[in-house]
Design a protein around this ligand. Sequence first.
Ligand SMILES: Cc1ncc(COP(=O)(O)O)c(C=O)c1O
Ligand SMILES: Nc1c(O)cccc1C(=O)C[C@H](N)C(=O)O
Length: 411
Amino acid sequence: MMLSIAQNLDEQDILAPLREQFYIPANTIYLDGNSLGPLPVAAKERAIDVVNQQWGDDLITSWNKHAWIDLPRQCGELIAPVIGAAPGQVICCDSISVNLFKVLSGALRMQAGRNKVLTTADNFPTDIYVIEGLKQQLGEANCELVLCEESDIEAQLDESIAILLLTQVNFRSGRLLDMQRITELAHARGILVVWDLAHSAGALPVKLDDCKVDFAVGCTYKYLNGGPGAPAFIYVAERHQSAFQQPLSGWMGHATPFSFDSAYTPVAGVKQNLSGTPAVIAMSVLEAALKLWSNVDMLQVRQKSMAMGEFFLECLKACGLDEDFTCVSPDAATERGSQLAFQHEHAYAICQAWIDAGVIADFRAPDLLRIGFTPLYISFEELWLAAEKLQKIVSEQTYLAPKYQQKLAVT
Ligand SMILES: Cc1ncc(COP(=O)(O)O)c(C=O)c1O
Ligand SMILES: Nc1c(O)cccc1C(=O)C[C@H](N)C(=O)O
């Protein structure tokens, strides 16, 4: 019954043909594209070309011949439409952590007389650590960390806050925050808003320009399938670009890097956020992966992602697992990103046993089983098969085997 429903949904799936553009290993159901996207066919071809021909044969001439120097801008422009940004506002560089440091420092300088950076206590830790680091650097008089619960964000917005830093989709629960409403409320109190799009870029339609967001950061190794450690990105709204100044002033953000001028003059626009030499191989691979998105309608992605979440919950019910696994994600699909998280006392071991059975999901301490729905390459039939395998693991208590208790370095 569930199998035929799944097959029916797959037949109607407009996005299904996109799966061919990815390498998904045989006998693997990949429910972890929310942490690391799989390898796009075009990205593999580009990796071979950039190493063999561009680096191997063309050597240093490739900076011009293959436009290596333009990769950060070019990747930024490919990311822009996926996150609702007009051209000239997104640049690709560094990691989210480093980009947060740049954006938060620059934004704090624009908020004379205010020193508080408000974020949520259960934000992804790096976001909090970067604020802590800035506090150490600048002193508490210039940077104070304020933590609040997600449910309390709006109540905390007052004229003493300089910057509000939020992750649009919570990495544990998958809760989706209302970007439009929160940004508007913050602006009414003179607060600048920075959004971390780690779990939303490529997962759902993001509308940075429409929501009048000030700054954003995000990664490309999750839903954007740029590869492990792929470079991150920064968005600086055009209206802030002349006043904004980031602290990691390096030669790639200089107006004329090849004049080798000893005086730093930042280049106009978002490009100023570049510091050092781009990771050319990683960025070339990323560029190939990003080109896929020009043929993708984000509304269709969102529709399928929500349908998948709902269908998986139905699968759990059909397998009699809904009581064993407590869903900690919001009930309404419209209030979630593209993932579900379930609490279970044996979540870690179950996740390991599931991986052994060919279903890759992930575990988040202390007791969450996290499942990502990535509409470009996952089918409804796979979701049903994954649920069946989970049922077998639970009913046979396979997860109690000692090998599934051993903690790996990266979970
Ligand atoms: C919300 C969020 N922000 C930041 C990061 C870390 O980004 P990076 O490793 O690029 O600094 C992650 C995950 O890795 C994340 O989920
Ligand atoms: N960036 C990661 C890494 O380098 C190793 C392992 C996992 C990650 C992740 O992306 C974690 C992810 N942000 C999360 O939501 O848990």
